[in-house]
Design a protein around this ligand. Structure first.
Ligand code: COA
Length: 351
């Protein structure tokens, strides 16, 4: 059975730089608070009405496709991970297909809704399709346009200061080289904390989970469950996060799922040449680095420049690490992510 290898990788971040200081115009916060708690100095925001999650994904995808030595027409299957899609439905997969001009209908598309772990889930699904011989060129994209959906008032400050926009993409192809490519992937979830990092409304639940009054859900019998009425006051349509619970859980689950990948393949933390953690918070990444005993050269962080770009963060970081020569042929690269759901995952790749 072949392995899947990353044959091409690309990333894109919008031009507009938004510093911590810029945010103080809307939010009661400070550069000092944000840097100390998260490590973030600035993030990028896309041009509203000119860019979308899909168009950013397309920019990253075009680079990945070119580097894989194929054309968009060669793509057999598209997997798109995002929590900030252009439309409620259809998902970004088909929009990306259209954007790239993949006109043949044989190319299927799949949308992944696993938030910060979205790229790991997407990669894992793509890996299975390639290994099983179903597809030869699978395009895996993670992209987010958070800036359209954040609460830019002081109420939302614990969330809004963290997130940024961007996109990353890889093309997966089969390889018969022994020991090359994606060696293993591991996915997990625990829905018991689903609301601890979530956009609660609008949605079909209409308050079913006991949050009707808390979030001021509309009361009428028919047809109004997706209406935003009332959410403005409660902020249910913005991301809400129990930051401390997320932090405490992440610092346990990151090392756990990385060790799972290492144990499965017979490696140890010292064998990792480059760890690419989901860029959730610099303090989380530093904690994971310390737990695994990795030196500074063996972990890649760019959250300082981009904030947390959710499904895009792992492919953007992987792309930048590779572009700057920090990942070389033959390196053992570990990807890991944790986030809303809660969901988490890891992948081990021989580059
Ligand atoms: N600027 C200034 N003050 C802020 C603020 C901001 N952006 N956000 C929150 N605060 C304030 C709070 O209002 C609170 O004030 P109080 O003590 O007067 O009540 C104080 O800072 C502490 O708030 P708290 O939410 O307890 O802060 P924290 O130390 O937990 O840090 C996070 C907040 C979000 C930085 C931190 O919890 C975190 O990083 N969690 C993980 C988040 C993450 O990784 N999310 C992505 C998931 S993949």
């Amino acid at each position: 059975m072949p392995h899947a290898k990353i044959a091409g990788i690309g990333c894109y971040v919008p031009e507009r730089v938004v510093t911590n200081h810029d945010l103080t115009a809307f939010i009661e916060t400070s550069d000092e608070w944000i840097q100390e708690r998260t490590g973030i100095k600035e993030r990028r925001y896309a041009k509203k009405h000119e860019e979308t999650t899909t168009t950013m994904g397309a920019r990253a995808a075009r680079i990945a496709i070119e580097r894989a030595g194929i054309t968009a027409e060669d793509v057999d299957f598209i997997i798109f991970a995002t929590l900030s899609p252009d439309y409620y439905f259809p998902g970004c997969g088909v929009l990306l297909q259209r954007e790239l001009g993949v006109t043949h209908c044989e190319a299927g598309t799949l949308d992944i809704r696993n938030q910060c772990s979205g790229f790991l889930y997407a990669l894992s699904v793509g890996n299975q399709f390639v290994r099983g011989g179903v597809y030869k060129n699978v395009l895996v994209v993670g992209a987010e346009m958070h800036s359209m959906g954040l609460d830019f008032s002081t109420r939302g400050r614990n969330v809004s200061v963290i997130f940024g926009d961007g996109a990353g993409a890889v093309v997966l192809q089969p390889t018969e080289e022994p020991g090359q490519g994606i060696l293993t992937t591991h996915l997990h979830s625990n829905g018991t904390e689903a609301e601890q990092l979530a956009v609660i409304g609008p949605g079909s639940h209409g308050g079913y989970y006991g949050n009707r009054e808390e979030y001021n859900f509309p009361e009428s019998e028919f047809g109004d469950i997706f209406v935003y009425d009332g959410f403005e006051a409660t902020g249910a349509h913005f991301p809400n996060m129990n930051g401390q619970l997320v932090f405490k859980t992440a610092v346990v689950k990151f090392p756990e799922v990385i060790m799972e990948a290492l144990n499965k393949t017979g490696y140890q933390p010292s064998d990792i040449d480059m760890l690419i953690p989901h860029q959730a918070n610099l303090r989380i990444s530093q904690f994971v680095q310390k737990t695994l005993g990795l030196s500074d050269e063996k972990i890649f962080n760019n959250i300082q420049k981009y904030g947390n770009t959710t499904a895009a963060s792992v492919p953007i970081a992987l792309c930048e690490a590779w572009e700057t020569g920090k990942i070389k042929a033959g390196d053992l690269v570990c990807l890991a992510a944790f986030g809303s759901g809660f969901t988490w995952g890891s992948a081990l790749i021989r580059w």
